[in-house]
Design a protein around this ligand. Structure first.
Ligand SMILES: [Mg+2]
Ligand SMILES: [Zn+2]
Length: 201
C-alpha cells in the first residue's frame, strides 16, 4: 500500500499558530479537492501532524480529535476523506508531565511514518510526503519517502531558505524536496503526473 502523507497546519488548513479551537480551523482553498484526488488515485491519504500544543497544556487531545472530526466533515461534503491520522503531542523542552519527551514521533523524526508503515502496511519508499516546512521533508527523507514542499503556511520562507542555500544548524541541505508546489492541489497534481513509482499491473 502506498501513501501520500500530509502535514496538517499550513498544508491542509491555514497556519494560525496553535489550533486550540474549532473556529481557528480553516481549509486552504482547494485542499479538499486535492485530498479527493488522492482518494481517487489509489494512494492512502494519511495526516502526520506535530501538536505540541497538547504537551504545552494549551489544549487537550479531545480538541485534536474534534479538529480531525471537523476536517473529515468538511472533506465529506466534497467527496473526500483522510484515511488515517497520526499526531505527536510531545515537546522536548516545553512539554508538561508525560508530554515532556524527546520523542521519535515529533517531526523531523520519522516515527509517525514508521508507525503508519507497521499499522497500515505502507511501503515507504513508494510513498510521498507533502508539507510546508523542511521538518516534514526531513521526516520523509530519513525513511525513504519523497517530499514535496508547498508554499502555503511557512512554505514561502522555507522555500527561500532552501533555494538561498541556508546553512543553519539542522542542515536543511541534506534533505531536499523533489518538488516545490504553490499549494496542496498543485502538489498532488504533480505527484500523480510525475509518479515514477507506479505499482506493476
Ligand atoms: Mg505545517
Ligand atoms: Zn511525540
Amino acid at each position: 500500500m502506498r501513501a501520500i502523507f500530509l502535514d496538517r497546519d499550513g498544508t491542509i488548513n491555514e497556519e494560525v499558530g496553535f489550533v486550540d479551537s474549532l473556529d481557528k480551523f480553516r481549509l486552504i482553498p482547494k485542499a479538499a479537492r486535492a485530498i479527493r484526488m488522492i482518494n481517487e488515485s489509489g494512494f492512502k491519504a494519511i495526516v502526520v501532524t506535530n501538536q505540541s500544543g497538547v504537551g504545552r497544556g494549551l489544549f487537550d487531545e479531545k480538541m485534536v480529535a474534534a479538529v480531525h472530526r471537523k476536517l473529515q466533515d468538511m472533506l465529506e461534503r466534497e467527496g473526500a476523506a483522510i484515511d488515517a491520522f497520526f499526531y505527536c503531542p510531545h515537546h522536548p523542552t516545553e512539554g508538561k508531565g508525560a508530554y515532556l519527551k524527546d520523542c521519535f514521533c515529533r517531526k523531523p523524526a520519522p516515527g509517525m511514518l514508521l508507525r503508519a508503515k507497521d499499522e497500515l502496511m505502507i511501503t515507504l519508499e513508494d510513498s510521498y510526503i507533502v508539507g510546508d516546512t523542511l521538518k516534514d521533508i526531513e521526516a520523509g527523507a530519513r525513511v525513504g519517502v519523497s517530499g514535496i514542499l508547498v508554499r502555503t503556511g511557512y512554505g514561502k520562507e522555507e522555500a527561500a531558505r532552501l533555494l538561498g542555500g541556508g546553512s543553519e544548524a539542522g542542515n536543511p541541505m541534506l534533505y531536499r524536496p523533489i518538488h516545490i508546489a504553490d499549494d496542496l492541489e498543485e502538489a498532488i497534481g504533480w505527484i500523480i503526473l510525475n509518479d515514477k513509482k507506479q505499482e506493476a499491473l
